[in-house]
Design a protein. Structure first.
Length: 172
């Protein structure tokens, strides 16, 4: 049974976050694994898709049967850490660890042919506001400020009420 190994080193992502996605791929066929990655909404899926496609391409060059390929193992190890510091109270510092990952993907040929799936990724729909023939949506008019008339003696003082309750008339 032939094997194809692909590695991705120094990925600027924490291994703990990459392992969440990678653990779902073990034992799946190459086609199912790619479909699984395309439907996930994690940041780690993009580098893993590239790594999987690279491994499949290497397997093609070695004349392996792609319909029989499965993800035998996928290991996510920690890489070097960039250490940065953030100032804290009273002259102290807190360490920030920017972690990296090393990913090793192993593809192996299975004895039986795996059922091949077709992956259809739907296109994004356009919003009506971006189309040429669409009319702009009507915006509701802003509510008018309330005006109250207060009589003091013989003079008339107008007050305008708004969010900031300042007297605009200059009276007391």
């Amino acid at each position: 049974m032939e094997k194809q190994i692909a590695k991705l080193n120094y990925l600027r992502m924490a291994p703990r976050k990459v392992r969440l996605v990678a653990s779902l791929l073990r034992g799946l066929s190459v086609n199912e694994a790619e479909a699984q990655l395309l439907m996930m909404r994690k940041r780690a899926t993009q580098p893993l898709i590239k790594l999987l496609r690279s491994a499949v391409s290497g397997a093609k060059n070695r004349k392996m049967d792609i319909d029989k390929l499965i993800v035998e193992s996928i290991m996510v190890d920690g890489g070097p850490m960039l250490k940065r510091f953030m100032p804290r109270a009273q002259g102290r510092m807190a360490e920030i660890q920017k972690k990296m990952s090393h990913i090793t993907l192993t593809l192996a040929e299975n004895d039986k042919v795996v059922k091949k799936y077709t992956i259809v990724v739907p296109k994004k729909e356009k919003h009506l506001a971006h189309e040429e023939n669409a009319k702009p949506a009507k915006v509701a008019p802003k509510p008018k400020k309330e005006k109250a008339v207060v009589r003091k003696g013989t003079t008339v003082i107008k007050k305008v009420f708004s969010k900031n309750t300042q007297d605009t008339s200059g009276g007391k």
